[in-house]
Structures are given as C-alpha cells and as structure tokens.
Design a binder for this molecule. Structure first.
Ligand code: VGL
Ligand code: ZN
Length: 198
C-alpha cells in the first residue's frame, strides 16, 4: 500500500506570534521532518487567502474574530486576517523541511468560500484537486499531522475518510485552537467518521 504523509498548514501565522497562533504550533516541526522519511509521498498544504477574504472578521461590519456568521454554504467562524497570499505569515515555518515534499497544495484562495479541508472547500463541493493527485499516484493510505487539529486537520481527515482513504491522524504531531470545546468535538467527529487517531 502506498502511503502519504499529509502535513496541514504548518505556517507562520499558525505558530506562536502569528496572526492566528496555535499554542505550541512550532513544537511539532522537528517531529514532522523526521516522520516524512517514512513515507512514499509527502504533501504539504498551505492556507492561502486573498486580502479581504470572506473568512476574515475584518471583511464583515461589526464582527470580531472568533464570532460566527452565516455564509451561503453554512455557518462560518470569522478569523483574524491570516495567511494572506505572499505574506510572511503565509510562508511555511522556516524549520519545516519543504525539500522532502512532492506536492504543495494551496487552499482558501477563493474569496467567497473558506477551505479548511485539503480536499474540498467549505461548501463541501468544490474540489482542490488533491483527491485526483493521490489517486493517480496510487496512494490509498494517509497519515495526517499539522495545524490546527480541530479545524483544518479535522476537516481534511474526515473528507479523506469519506472519499475512501485509510486515514490516521497522529495527534502528537498536531496542535489545536480549541475554542468552545472544538478539540473534544473534533476527536469525537473524527472517530465517528472512521478516522484512526494514534
Ligand atoms: C485554519 C482557521 C482558519 C487551520 C485555517 O489551518 O486549521 N484554521 N484557517
Ligand atoms: Zn484560513
């Protein structure tokens, strides 16, 4: 079975001092670099938003970061401006070994639709192309690591399971935002979707 390591959003804005900092986000980088060596393929994902993206609280009058809004495709958390295309915050953490990656997939570039998952935008229909890439390379088994456990890792893992991939999340190499119990809910939802958590 051909196996890929999917490294989710290990970017400066999700690390300490970043715009949407995840506690301990930089603490997983060394472990991820080591783990990469065990895989047939390594894919990095990169959150990649245009200025004024609809997931930013600053794009909605009277809204503050971490409040909710309704989008045409459903409920959406509003975030601080983060991972703006070309910015330093959008770059991978400088310790991440990008040389071991075969593929870098960017997501969230659509102004009107957020994209937590590496497979589908938050409308749950618009594909990113990653499914086709993995299938054409004969990859059926995925291990996921990265940031943030309760958002992009969760949505990527659940979509992958839905698509029929054998999916494991290595939780020691993930870090969470954990707002309003979102980490506990993520673990529960991933388990229910058939994602293995180790
Ligand atoms: C993420 C919130 C907004 C993530 C990305 O990588 O988990 N979270 N954009
Ligand atoms: Zn984002």
């Amino acid at each position: 079975m051909t196996q890929a390591l999917i490294v989710i959003d290990v970017q400066n804005d999700f690390c300490p001092n970043g715009a949407l900092a995840v506690a301990g986000g930089d603490g997983i980088v060394a472990g991820i670099n080591t783990l990469m060596k065990d895989f047939d393929a390594v894919v990095l994902t990169q959150d990649w938003h245009p200025p004024g993206h609809s997931s930013f609280a600053s794009s909605h009058d009277g809204k503050a970061p971490y409040e909710m809004t309704k989008m045409p495709y459903g409920d959406q958390v509003l975030w601080p401006d983060h991972c703006i295309i070309g910015s330093n915050g959008a770059q991978f953490h400088k310790g991440l070994d990008q040389d071991q990656a075969d593929m870098i997939i960017r997501k969230g570039y659509n102004l009107a639709i957020d994209s937590y998952s590496a497979f589908f935008e938050n409308d749950q229909t618009t594909p990113t192309g990653l499914e086709g890439y993995l299938h054409t390379r004969g990859i059926s088994k995925l291990v996921m690591v990265g940031l943030a456990t309760d958002f992009c890792v969760k949505f990527s893992a659940m979509d992958a399971a839905k698509l029929g991939f054998d999916v494991t999340v290595n939780i020691d190499l993930c870090r969470a935002i954990d707002m309003n119990g979102s980490l506990g809910a993520a673990i529960k939802d991933m388990n229910a979707a058939g994602v293995k958590i180790v």
